[in-house]
Ligand binder design. Structure first.
Ligand code: FES
Length: 98
């Protein structure tokens, strides 16, 4: 189900965090594409918004493992993938599909 998450898109290379449906999430604009994921590292739960981008991946600030923004694929064997969600911009507002 698509829900409105944010009134505006994040700026390129930045992340906006918010809560929706009981989940802590982030939306980012990376190389012109929007992505949405859960805002806690699947490894030990640190907020991923404290991390940085490495190409099309978000890199956790604590141990440096990274996750593909589109698929959530983990860089580390034995660490779960990041849960990601479809995101779109419509009339300037950001919607996610939970
Ligand atoms: S808590 Fe994120 S890599 Fe360990």
């Amino acid at each position: 189900m698509w829900i409105k998450a944010l009134e505006n898109s994040p700026q390129e290379g930045t992340m906006l965090e918010f809560n929706a449906a009981g989940k802590q999430l982030f939306v980012t604009l990376n190389n012109g594409k929007l992505y949405c994921g859960e805002n806690h590292c699947p490894h030990e739960g640190v907020k991923l918004t404290l991390g940085c981008f490495k190409g099309n991946r978000i890199k956790c600030s604590l141990h440096g493992f990274s996750f593909d923004l589109a698929t959530g694929s983990s860089s580390e064997d034995g660490v779960d993938d990041l849960k990601t969600y479809p995101v779109k911009q419509q009339n300037g507002q950001i919607y996610i599909n939970l």
